[in-house]
Ligand binder design. Structure first.
Ligand SMILES: C[S@@+](CC[C@H](N)C(=O)[O-])C[C@H]1O[C@@H](n2cnc3c(N)ncnc32)[C@H](O)[C@@H]1O
Length: 278
């Protein structure tokens, strides 16, 4: 953290973490020397890294607003991270003042920060949990207290599945979350891709993240599309085909302006659980 650099209990600040690196890219204050050194290395190879993070945040915010406008007022935001403003509950409540949000992250610093941010708000909660245990997340008493699974729910997995290697089956994990959702629910998904990048840049990012507890695993478009099997992809902007796109394009009014080098590091989609709402 800028200033004291004193580590909160349970937080190992001697190695960089995905949550604190992301905070660094977004210009936040919740990062430490090891994060800033690693972030600077990424920045050297990928000078658009701040745009990578901000394009992804923009997608999350536009998608949450859109899903709220469809009438959904329950959100489970998995791998929520540390953003300080325009978080899921704030964006959702602009359209649905009754919105309820469960934030989930495995990094203790997220919980410390989120608890401070959410103090006194009994319609939000933050779970310190590993998303790989989907059942523990979904069945946690704090989740059950806020989320009614007989009604539509939006599950957000934004910029987080790329922290799981193939052999941990991130596709199966997404399906376990989706299997609990009734028709009319939504999956909001984004993840890093190598498709638009020369190999050396992707390798440079992988090398830095190999020093974090999670590593990073970018994926091709076909691999990203596998997450969405059985779901109805929403057209990402007016006049577009219902398909996967880069994060900048989703909900964009001007697609030319929305296209940026940072945006092209991440695919995204919003997809509906098919069937009649009861
Ligand atoms: C790049 S940030 C994304 C934050 C937010 N979703 C967004 O898109 O703005 C990824 C977050 O996922 C969290 N994360 C990574 N692996 C996780 C896991 N196995 N379980 C829970 N959270 C995880 C990290 O701690 C980090 O806060």
């Amino acid at each position: 953290m800028s200033g004291t650099e004193e580590a909160p209990p349970g937080v190992d600040v001697s190695v960089p973490s995905a949550a604190r690196l992301y905070d660094y890219y977004l210009g936040g204050q919740l990062n430490y020397a090891a994060d800033r050194a690693a972030g600077a290395e990424v920045n050297e190879k990928v000078p658009e890294i701040r745009d990578v993070a901000w394009s992804n945040r923009g997608f999350l915010q536009r998608a949450v607003r859109w899903v709220s406008e469809q009438g959904v007022n329950q959100f489970i935001d998995i791998g929520a991270g540390l953003p300080t403003q325009n978080n899921t509950h704030q964006v959702a409540r602009a359209a649905r003042p009754d919105a309820r949000v469960v934030y989930v992250d495995h990094d203790p610093i997220v919980q410390i920060h989120a608890n401070a941010l959410l103090e006194g708000d009994d319609q939000t909660t933050v779970l310190l949990r590993d998303m790989r245990d989907a059942e523990a997340v979904l069945d946690d008493p704090a989740t059950r207290a806020l989320i009614d699974f007989s009604k539509p729910v939006a599950v957000l997995l934004v910029a987080v599945t790329h922290f799981l290697p193939d052999d941990e089956d991130p596709w199966g994990l997404v399906a376990r979350y989706v299997s609990r959702l009734v028709p009319g629910s939504y999956l909001v998904l984004s993840a890093g891709t190598q498709d638009f990048q020369p190999d050396w840049r992707v390798e440079a990012v992988r090398e830095v993240y190999s020093r974090t507890p999670t590593g990073v695993h970018t994926r091709t478009r076909a691999q990203f599309e596998r997450y969405l099997e059985g779901l109805e992809i929403v057209p990402p902007y007016e006049g577009a085909k219902a398909e996967v796109t880069y994060v900048g394009f989703w909900g964009a009014e001007d697609t030319e302006e929305a296209d940026s080098d940072g945006s092209r590091w991440s695919y995204c989609a919003v997809a509906r659980v098919p069937g009649e709402e009861s």
